[in-house]
Design a binder for this molecule. Structure first.
Ligand SMILES: C[S@@+](CC[C@H](N)C(=O)[O-])C[C@H]1O[C@@H](n2cnc3c(N)ncnc32)[C@H](O)[C@@H]1O
Length: 249
């Protein structure tokens, strides 16, 4: 068993030890002695990485990211492009940088719609979870049969990486953490609860947006309807149910 110290969380790591992504996580974090309290338990099992969050107030929450299962539910590949999300990415866009990876739900959708995708995530634990899930998808029969090119995952801060990748994609997509609502109605789902706890607010989202706007032909930003745009004067806005996408050229 190994123990890692993240920004404000302790993580235990257990399991078979043959997954290269766990090695990468261990190398980029601080190893510690067994802490008094383990917040997160990451284990490598036959079905991939499993995470348990001992979040104190409630019973432990379990997480397992399975993109192979998601693709097996798909009727055809590539999946259709439709709605505000794809309008925001742009009709002519073929390659996208998703600069706020999170649980990679959006990046996975882009991949299944046939875009070439690079994902950036700065939280090492999240980067490890999504890279491992894409790694397993890449090895699957479904990916081989459909020649699916899985996203590349870059670990680090988009503000720095986007400047280096300048022009290397048709569009940058940003989905920073939503600002907290004054009157909060519903509790967020368990995936978002963990991200909120690990990431907090993305206070630098406007800086990342400025860098993306300067270096790439198109920037699409997902925002909740109650929030101000990240940058002034979007060129176009595409709206869907509770969110909209601000597009900058
Ligand atoms: C709201 S979540 C994104 C959810 C994602 N679209 C999905 O489908 O799961 C925001 C994520 O972006 C990451 N993030 C925010 N700012 C970042 C930055 N400057 N560089 C890299 N990752 C960043 C956060 O750590 C968090 O995991």
């Amino acid at each position: 068993m190994k123990y890692l110290r993240l920004k404000h969380a302790s993580v235990s790591i257990s399991g078979a030890g043959d997954c290269p992504i766990i090695g990468k996580l261990v190398n980029c974090c601080e190893l510690t002695e067994k802490p008094q309290r383990v917040d997160l338990e990451l284990s490598e099992e036959t079905n991939g990485l499993n995470l348990i969050w001992n979040n104190g107030d409630q019973k432990p929450l379990k997480y397992h990211l399975d993109f192979v299962k998601s693709v097996s539910q798909l009727r055809s590949f590539p999946a259709p492009k439709q709605g505000a999300f794809n309008q925001a990415l742009g009709k002519k866009s073929r390659s996208i940088i998703d600069a706020t990876g999170g649980w990679a739900g959006d990046a996975m959708l882009m991949c299944l719609q046939g875009y070439k995708v690079i994902v950036i995530e700065r939280l090492p634990l999240m980067a490890a979870l999504i890279e491992e899930a894409f790694w397993r998808l890449a090895k699957s029969e479904y990916a081989a049969n459909n020649s699916i090119v899985v996203p590349t995952v870059l670990w680090g801060n988009a503000a720095e990486l986007l400047a280096d990748l300048g022009g290397g994609a048709d569009c940058v997509y940003l989905d920073p953490m939503f600002p907290v609502k004054k009157k909060k109605k519903a509790a967020s789902n368990k995936q978002m609860q963990l991200l909120q706890w690990l990431a907090g607010a993305d206070f630098d989202a406007s800086d990342v947006a400025s860098i993306a706007k300067q270096n790439f032909p198109r920037l699409a930003v997902k925002r909740p309807d109650y929030a101000e745009p990240l940058l002034a004067e979007p060129a176009i806005r595409f709206s869907s149910k509770l969110v909209h996408y601000d597009v900058y050229m």
